[in-house]
Design a protein around this ligand. Structure first.
Ligand SMILES: [Zn+2]
Length: 282
């Protein structure tokens, strides 16, 4: 018998992603506020209906702007993870700025949950060369921003030397668990239309097609590994709209019918660590 875990995760960006991109005028702000004001109650009700525990990565900006909505997420039994403070990706920050954001948002998470975050997810998925070290220093157990595997967590490396005209030199593995993600199982590139300067990201895909892809990623996991984790990444302001929340409900039902175990990411990390310890002692 295999065990096939699904982590449904939400990046609760609200206004922060738009502000971080310099889009602070009323329309992009309203686009963000659809998340906490309209999408959140729909999503919480859906997760409650199917008894699905989820992991929510929340920027400090959202924690401080929408404390009541964040309290509801926490009270529903979901995990609260760290997602920066301003939603600027670590790769765009100095070491000091990156550490400042870790500390500032973690203070809010501690107020909400009674402890610092166990998990971190980088805004826009771009870690800096300092991230792994800083996360370990600040008591994080796992990161969920890298793409080096699909169904199997791994230990993040520190100290890689990557230069343009040299072979890569890999650093050593650290105790930080990496819970891998992919743009292919993220709602944003499939659905969210974006005009960024002169480039257009079309999005707006048919939700049934995305559902088929997302389900097939699970069915393939069942075929190729005995124990595995598949992570989906959703944003309330994207997945909370009519046809997409219908897709999310269909996905949960089909996953459940195919034997998926829904689990928070922090609990899945503990399970992975127990398994890798047992395997190494064999
Ligand atoms: Zn985000």
């Amino acid at each position: 018998m295999g065990r096939h875990i699904v982590c449904i995760t939400f990046d609760f960006d609200a206004l922060s992603g738009w502000i971080a991109r310099g889009m602070a005028t009323p329309t992009p702000i309203s686009r963000g506020e659809f998340g906490p004001n309209v999408a959140l109650p729909r999503i919480l009700a859906l997760l409650r209906k199917y008894d699905v525990p989820a992991s929510w990565f929340i920027p400090g900006h959202t924690l401080e702007t929408y404390p009541e909505q964040c309290r509801q997420v926490c009270a529903a039994g979901h995990e609260i993870g760290h997602h920066g403070w301003t939603h600027r990706p670590p790769a765009s920050l100095s070491r000091e700025q990156e550490e400042g954001e870790l500390v500032r948002a973690n203070e809010q998470i501690r107020k909400l949950t009674g402890r610092g975050a166990r998990g971190y997810r980088s805004p826009a998925w771009d870690l800096s060369p300092h991230s792994v070290e800083l996360l370990l220093q600040h008591g994080f157990v796992y990161d969920s921003s890298m793409m080096g595997d699909d169904y199997t967590p791994y230990y993040a490396r520190q100290g890689d030397v990557i230069e343009l005209e040299q072979p890569a030199k890999f650093g050593r593995a650290t105790p930080l668990v990496e819970m891998p993600i992919s743009w292919s199982t993220d709602d944003s590139p499939h659905f969210e239309f974006m005009r960024l300067g002169s480039t257009i990201r079309p999005g707006l895909m048919n939700a049934d097609g995305v559902l088929e892809n997302w389900l097939n990623d699970f069915l393939y996991m069942r075929k190729c590994v005995k124990w595995g984790v598949l992570t989906y990444t959703c944003h309330p302001f994207i997945s909370g709209r009519g046809h997409r929340i219908m897709m999310l409900e269909n996905l949960i039902r089909k996953l459940r019918d195919n034997g998926a175990v829904f689990q928070r990411m922090d609990e899945t990390v503990e399970e992975f660590k127990r398994r890798s310890k047992a395997n190494s002692q064999r």
